[in-house]
Design a binder for this molecule. Structure first.
Ligand code: 13P
Length: 131
């Protein structure tokens, strides 16, 4: 399973706590993250994470490219709904391309926990074998 982990600054502590709580599940996946999020999680957990650019510098688009290439199973994206982001078009584009390709996305802690537990049970299996 290929899993992307992304969080805006006000949600960084939440995604770190999520990764700590579920590291035994997450360590079985191939993990990808935007730059700062990946650094925070790897420092806190020791999980191995492929880090892309920071979000405002293109990291959301790099993860979107994996989605478009049929290379991503699950996107955990803890968005900050209360703070304007300079790269809002990139954020919208990532969520849009997940919808285009039917990739499971969680944008808050409740849905993130539900999808991580579902993944552990083998229920996040939507990626076409060929496309
Ligand atoms: O801005 C982001 C997502 O839109 C996240 O980027 P960082 O993980 O580099 O902070």
């Amino acid at each position: 399973m290929n899993v992307a982990l992304i969080a805006h600054d006000n949600k960084k502590d939440d995604i770190v706590n999520l990764a700590i709580a579920y590291q035994n599940i997450l360590k079985k996946a191939n993990l990808f993250a935007t730059g700062t999020t990946g650094l925070r999680i790897s420092e806190a957990t020791g999980l191995s994470i492929h880090r892309f650019q920071s979000g405002p510098y293109g990291g959301d688009q790099q993860i979107g490219a994996m989605v478009a290439n049929n290379e991503m199973d699950l996107v955990i994206f803890l968005r900050d709904p209360l703070t304007a982001q300079p790269h809002d078009p990139d954020i919208s584009a990532l969520l849009r391309i997940c919808d285009v390709h039917n990739v499971a996305v969680a944008t808050n802690m409740a849905s993130a926990e539900a999808l991580i537990r579902a993944m552990d049970k083998g229920l996040v299996d939507f990626r076409p074998k060929t496309r």
